[in-house]
Ligand binder design. Structure first.
Ligand SMILES: C[S@@+](CC[C@H](N)C(=O)[O-])C[C@H]1O[C@@H](n2cnc3c(N)ncnc32)[C@H](O)[C@@H]1O
Length: 317
């Protein structure tokens, strides 16, 4: 059943959402937003943990009213290669994307992948022998966007385990692209039982049938308006599977990560909610180097900022 809000709460939530949405829409439609010296870009990624090679272009004009291009890409991370993954081409946003985003009240930031998705893939693959995800019968990626982590974990998995992997997102257009990508995977690349689901954190009915053992997600704490609902969903999963582990990553982005962590801790459903800053030495050294470079060149255009660019690790058990 949906949670009800007072009209005042609903108005505040709407205002917050609209503000974030306007900022994201302007970013995604590439309206001229002047880049000021010393202002970091949210998509600046000095870590280079996932290598990408575009191997083809798919013209999908026949299924869209406006030209909408996809590309085929190979991702490599920690010796694992996910081959032939379809994704949206960078910058290929059109009017129907914006209409879909308005309809589900989920922006289209998931059309293209964000740096934290690469950090999450790297972390989960590098520490796969201790992180437990390969043994989980059902793995769920939430707010998956283009699903880079999911596709890489699929490629790393042993088919003999018969693991189910669900890639989910709240945006219908993003899910459509994920479905295209999953359908196009050759049999040999299906190392898990991989599927796609439209899961809206604010619509419990959309996840009523899901009972994952392991949840992963990156860059999903940016949306203050959905913190409570995201926590509701994770707690519901924990209620269904007490052994559930959730591993998420996001940059601090002001107080957004901190606020979500406070909410999930206060629920007292997860016995341990840990925020880890120094989780990998190689990432940490790059982080330190970037901070040093940014402070010694304050007028550099794409300045690194810990707040916007360094992914923090959140482990919920
Ligand atoms: C910043 S993007 C990150 C995407 C991807 N994880 C990455 O890092 O590249 C946030 C993702 O959360 C999804 N999202 C935002 N609000 C949501 C909601 N209420 N329910 C489900 N998904 C949502 C968006 O569609 C988007 O894919």
């Amino acid at each position: 059943m949906k949670k009800t809000m007072s009209s005042h709460q609903a108005e505040n939530t709407d205002k917050k959402f609209n503000k974030q949405w306007d900022a994201l829409r302007s970013f995604m439609t590439k309206k001229a937003v002047p880049r000021l010296p010393g202002v970091s870009s949210m998509r600046y990624n000095p870590f280079g943990t996932v290598h990408q090679k575009v191997t083809g272009i798919v013209d999908a004009t026949e299924i869209a009213s406006e030209p909408l291009l996809f590309e085929v890409v190979d991702y490599e991370c920690e010796g694992v290669v996910a081959t032939g993954v379809i994704r949206r081409r960078e910058g290929a946003v059109n009017k129907s994307d914006l209409a879909i985003a308005k309809m589900d009240a989920v922006d289209n930031t998931g059309s293209f992948h964000w740096p934290t998705e690469e950090a999450l893939a790297y972390y989960l693959l590098k520490y796969r022998h201790t992180m437990g995800w390969p043994e989980a019968p059902h793995l769920l990626e939430i707010g998956a966007g283009s699903g880079v982590t999911g596709f890489l974990l699929n490629a790393a998995q042993s088919p003999s385990k018969g693991q189910r992997l669900t890639l989910s997102d709240g945006n219908a257009g993003v899910c459509q692209t994920l479905r295209r990508a999953v359908m196009a995977l050759p049999d040999i690349e299906r190392r898990t039982l991989i599927d796609v689901a439209q899961v809206l954190w604010h619509e419990p009915a959309s996840y009523a049938n899901l009972s994952p053992d392991y949840v992963i997600g990156s860059d999903c704490f940016f949306f203050d308006a959905y913190h409570e609902q995201l926590a509701d969903m994770l707690c519901a999963f924990k209620g269904r599977k007490p052994g559930l582990v959730a591993v998420m990553m996001a940059p601090a982005r002001g107080t957004t990560l901190e606020r979500f962590v406070k909410i999930i801790r206060e629920r007292l459903v997860f016995r341990c909610v840990e925020v880890v800053e120094r989780y990998d030495e190689a990432m940490w050294l790059i982080h330190m180097r970037e901070i040093k470079e940014a402070s010694s060149a304050p007028n550099q255009v794409q300045k690194y900022s810990s707040d916007k660019n360094y992914p923090l690790l959140v482990i919920m058990k």
